[in-house]
Design a protein around this ligand. Structure first.
Ligand code: PLP
Length: 375
């Protein structure tokens, strides 16, 4: 089965990981520090906090934002459940805003319609790799004293008006899962330019421990002293994973170039095919394409999906609207809430998209899909 996404590990990655395994440090050592510095430098921000997954990164970002019971987090239903559940772990209430009908990204106009003085976070997702309309989301959030979280699990390496993802929102989260744009096996990161947000993110992912004597309540104790001003979790990334990440980060531009070329070939081959809609791209973005999401029209999504799978092409559906899951149904969220997202879901199929996909493999996907659609 041709997968919809997969990692690309080479000899340099293997050597980087092997070096750590025989070093003095296996975790929270020099590779973690260097990986975080490299991530922050690439985005041009002051801070990156690495962590164990994109899910952890969201939980950490929401902790940094300081949300709790009674606070509202506005987000998109067209995402992986972690964008919403990360806020619910802090006791906050999730309010879904519908997506733009074409890009699949959260619609700032829909956010405007639900924003209130209870809103503490507006969390967008860069669907398929295309950055959200961050300028409008920042404006709305800052007007009510909220912060923006950009779930950039899909868009590591993307830019918006020339500005790198990671520098656009108040807090940005990455995922380094194997199918994403670069990998640490499991891993993630939170990026921010704000010192206070970064400090809270860092402490939360280190069990809540503070090692900044200038902030201690009891500063006169000995050199062994540290304090726990708030509770956190152990979400630290290991040096083994960080070494892989540092090696992969050095290849991100190459991965992006390949994904860009594959995207252009898909667009060229599939635009104008009857019964099919290809992705819309905003003029001001330069995405690292994590997914190639097509829309199957005429109620044929299930048939086309099953025929592609039967032909050995590992397509996916991204995503089931988050509030359709039973846990949200049980909380009272109902179908019909976000009609654009529901229609998008009913039509969507993600075709194989990863840096190592060959043009021959891609042509087989294109020919098979065209054949199924009778084009
Ligand atoms: C993958 C993903 C996550 C979670 O990342 P993990 O590293 O798998 O925990 C969160 N949000 C989106 C949009 C994702 O695609």
């Amino acid at each position: 089965m041709l997968p919809y996404g997969r990692q690309w590990i080479d000899e340099a990655d293997v050597a980087a990981v092997t070096e750590v395994l025989t070093s003095d440090w296996l975790t929270t050592g020099p590779w973690v520090r260097d990986f975080e510095h490299a991530l922050a430098a690439r985005a041009g921000v002051a801070h990156a906090v690495s962590c164990t997954s994109g899910t952890a990164a969201l939980h950490i970002a929401y902790a940094a934002a300081g949300i709790g019971p009674g606070d509202e987090v506005i987000t998109t239903p067209m995402t992986y459940v972690a964008t919403a559940s990360g806020a619910m772990h802090h006791g906050a209430t999730v309010v879904f805003a519908d997506i733009e009908e074409d890009t699949g990204n959260i619609d700032p106009a829909a956010v405007e319609a639900v924003v209130s003085e209870r809103t503490r976070v507006i969390a967008g997702v860069d669907y398929a790799g295309q950055p959200v309309d961050i300028d409008r989301l920042n404006t709305i959030a800052h007007r009510v004293g909220a912060v923006t979280v950009e779930d950039a699990a899909h868009s590591v390496g993307s830019t918006d008006k020339g500005r790198p993802v990671g520098a656009l929102a108040d807090l940005t989260t990455f995922s380094f899962f194997p199918t994403k744009n670069m990998t640490t096996a499991e891993g993630g990161a939170v990026l921010t330019d704000d010192d206070a947000l970064a400090l809270r993110a860092d402490e939360f992912h280190k069990i809540g421990v503070s090692r900044d004597r200038s902030t201690y309540r009891h500063p006169d104790e000995g050199a062994w002293w540290y304090e726990v001003p708030s509770i956190g979790l152990n979400y630290r990334l290991s040096d083994v994973h960080a070494a892989l990440g540092l090696s992969q980060l050095g290849k991100l531009d190459d991965f992006k170039a390949r994904r860009t070329a594959l995207f252009a070939r898909y667009q060229e081959a599939l635009a104008g095919v009857d019964g099919l809609r290809v992705p819309t791209v905003r003029s001001w973005v330069d995405p690292t394409w994590h997914l190639y999401p097509v829309r199957i029209l005429g109620g044929r999504r299930r048939e086309v999906f099953e025929k592609l799978r039967a032909a050995g092409i590992g397509v996916q559906v991204n995503y089931i609207p988050v509030y359709w899951h039973p846990v949200f149904e049980d909380l009272g969220y109902r179908r019909g809430l976000c009609p654009n997202a529901e229609r998008f879901y009913e039509e969507e199929i993600s075709l194989p998209m990863f840096a190592r996909l060959s043009y021959d493999e891609q042509d087989r996907v294109i020919d098979t899909l065209r054949g199924i659609l009778g084009a």
